[in-house]
Design a protein around this ligand. Structure first.
Ligand code: AP5
Length: 214
């Protein structure tokens, strides 16, 4: 299975990608996580990405396509993978199809997370993330046992630099203008399924699993 999760920032792509990866033994490929790892390592790529991410803008297509191209070659991707946050432009979707064709593979499904912008502003404002293990929490919906501390690895929880209201609204605008057409790209290929992402996380998981079967 090669699954693409599409949806606006905060719609739950990362939450569901982690669940699916664990359940099906697929690899979760998140370009956002890869870029944040480059920022933490202080690489030139990380510095370039941070300036754009802090403003809510997209990193150039060529950069993320190179990251994905290299990562999907790894042996652990042979069983299947779930893409979370990639492709985000039609050019990225076309590049993905091209690199998969070379391996006689193709995208199996694209699942679109449908949710209104105002709910996303609330969700992202309350998100807290563990920079060490990537676990995610929410100040209202998913609190850690000890405030500010990751349940899984005990590290401090932080608010992402791009999770302030002004940057969230910019990310939403970029999504509607640049990423929405990617849904149309997969609709034309008859691979798109849509789920109601306003439901509780467990219900969204069930809806995604159902979407993979039809
Ligand atoms: P990225 O890291 O991909 O961020 P994003 O797409 O903006 O998505 P998020 O991680 O913010 O949200 P999500 O949908 O994963 O939701 P989550 O599960 O965390 O990208 C960051 C930046 O990197 C981009 O702006 C861009 O600059 C750059 N970038 C990355 N990929 C790129 C690409 N391909 N091309 C160019 N640039 C790229 O959930 C959010 C919160 O809601 C959490 O607190 C969670 O606990 C809670 N929650 C989740 N599900 C539910 C639910 N059902 N009910 C209630 N709460 C829920």
């Amino acid at each position: 299975m090669i699954l693409v999760l599409l949806g606006p920032p905060g719609s739950g792509k990362g939450t569901q990608a982690k669940k699916l990866a664990t359940e099906h033994k697929w690899v979760q490929l998140s370009t956002g996580d890869m870029l944040r790892a480059a920022i933490v390592s202080g690489t030139p790529l990380g510095k370039q990405a941070k300036a754009l991410m802090d403003k809510g803008q997209l990193v150039p297509d060529s950069v993320v396509i190179d990251l994905i191209q290299e990562r999907v070659q790894a042996p652990d991707c042979k069983q299947g993978f779930v893409l979370d946050g990639f492709p985000r432009t039609v050019a990225q979707a076309e590049a993905l199809d091209k690199l998969l064709v070379e391996k006689t593979k193709k995208v199996s499904r694209a699942v679109l997370f449908d949710i209104a912008d105002e709910e996303l502003v609330r969700r992202l404002g309350g998100r807290r993330t563990c920079l060490k293990c990537g676990s995610m929490y929410h100040l209202e919906h998913l609190q850690p046992k000890v405030s500010g501390v990751c349940d899984v690895c005990g590290s401090a929880l932080v608010q992402r630099d791009d999770d302030n209201e002004a940057t969230i609204r910019k990310r939403l605008a970029v999504y509607h203008e640049t990423t929405s057409p990617v849904a149309e790209y997969y609709r034309k290929q008859k691979k798109l399924r849509t789920v109601d992402a306003t439901r509780p996380a467990e219900e969204v998981t069930r809806a995604v699993s159902l979407a993979l079967t039809k």
